[in-house]
Design a protein around this ligand. Structure first.
Ligand code: RIB
Length: 308
């Protein structure tokens, strides 16, 4: 029996083109395949990953009253996510993300927030009963900052586990937010930005320095996603790298989201942190072998079969 995961975040229609290499400044490139439209948004992706990993999952988000909004909602419902509280906003387009994916599976993304900007503090205040009924609150940063801060404070006050995926990363996160977060889950680039480290963000010494800086600000658990290298778990007591399996990546879009959603699902069902990290690593390693974000999320059975 799983506890409940409440995801508060964005829902985007991902508009994806394939390219040989990602463009340089001022460069015009020809796409290597047809444009595709698929369900995304860091919030929606994480909810999908949690739902498919077996958690009782509820999504709080806003979409426009357009076709993209209803397509995204149906997609999440197909992944076992309760979408009954998602708000539909007239006159504002559903969020869209413009994504280029290169021949190595790397991507770059530009998000037009649209209705994601309507995920307001007032909306979350109206869902207080839902926060009370949840065990884990999982958020990212594609919705207004004030909403994230309010929801984190309220969830923490109610004794819930708060997971914050600081993506896209702001220049800094205030201490009053960090104090409410149980697990902070940046990737290497986001960590470097938040911690203000210099040097190659993928260098392990730079990552460890960044981790120390973030921990010194009172963060209880830091999980840095390292792509093909797995994850670094850091707390005041320990630092440990959990490797992941080697796979042939075709598209890394949403891999971090997959990790976050599966990690939340595993914690919600009572797994220990090491178990939850291994479960989430297995899930993310499957997701990169498939194209798209939500389309790539693995089922619980697939994750358990791949188990690390
Ligand atoms: O993390 C991947 C996601 O980032 C994409 O699905 C896109 O919508 C952007 O939000």
């Amino acid at each position: 029996m799983s506890g409940r995961v409440l995801v508060i975040g964005s829902m985007n229609m991902d508009i994806v083109v394939g390219v040989e290499e990602l463009p340089k400044r001022g460069e015009t490139l020809m796409a290597t395949r047809q444009v595709t439209y698929s369900a995304g948004g860091k919030g929606g992706n994480q909810a999908m990953a949690a739902g498919m990993a077996g958690a009782d999952t509820v999504m709080l988000a806003c979409v426009g009253s357009d076709d993209f909004g209803s397509i995204l909602r149906k997609k999440l419902e197909s992944g076992n996510v309760d979408c009954s509280k998602i708000r539909v906003k007239d006159g504002i387009p559903t969020g869209q993300a413009f994504i280029s994916v290169d021949s190595h599976g790397n991507n770059c993304i530009i998000v037009a927030a649209g209705a994601n900007g309507e995920v307001s503090r007032e909306y979350i205040e109206e869902q207080d009963a839902l926060i009370k009924e949840s065990d884990i609150v999982l958020m990212q940063m594609e919705i207004p900052f004030g909403t994230v801060l309010y929801a984190a404070k309220r969830a923490h006050e109610l004794g819930k586990t708060v997971i914050l995926n600081p993506a896209p990363a702001p220049d800094d996160l205030p201490d009053e937010l960090l104090a409410c977060v149980d697990y902070l889950t940046p990737n290497e680039t986001e960590l470097a930005k938040l911690a203000g480290t210099q040097g190659d963000p993928e260098d392990m010494a730079v990552i460890e320095e960044g981790a120390d800086r973030i921990l010194s600000r009172g963060v209880r658990n830091l999980i840095v996603t390292l792509g093909a290298k797995g994850i670094l778990f850091a707390s005041p007591e320990e630092k440990k790298v959990y490797p992941t399996v080697k796979v042939d990546a075709v598209d890394t879009t949403g891999a971090g989201d997959c990790f976050n959603g599966a990690f939340a699902a595993a914690l919600a069902e009572g797994k220990t942190v090491p178990e939850a990290v291994r479960f989430a690593n297995a899930a993310a390693s499957i997701s990169v072998t498939r194209k798209g974000a939500q389309d790539a999320m693995p089922s619980r059975e697939e994750i358990l079969k791949a188990g690390l």
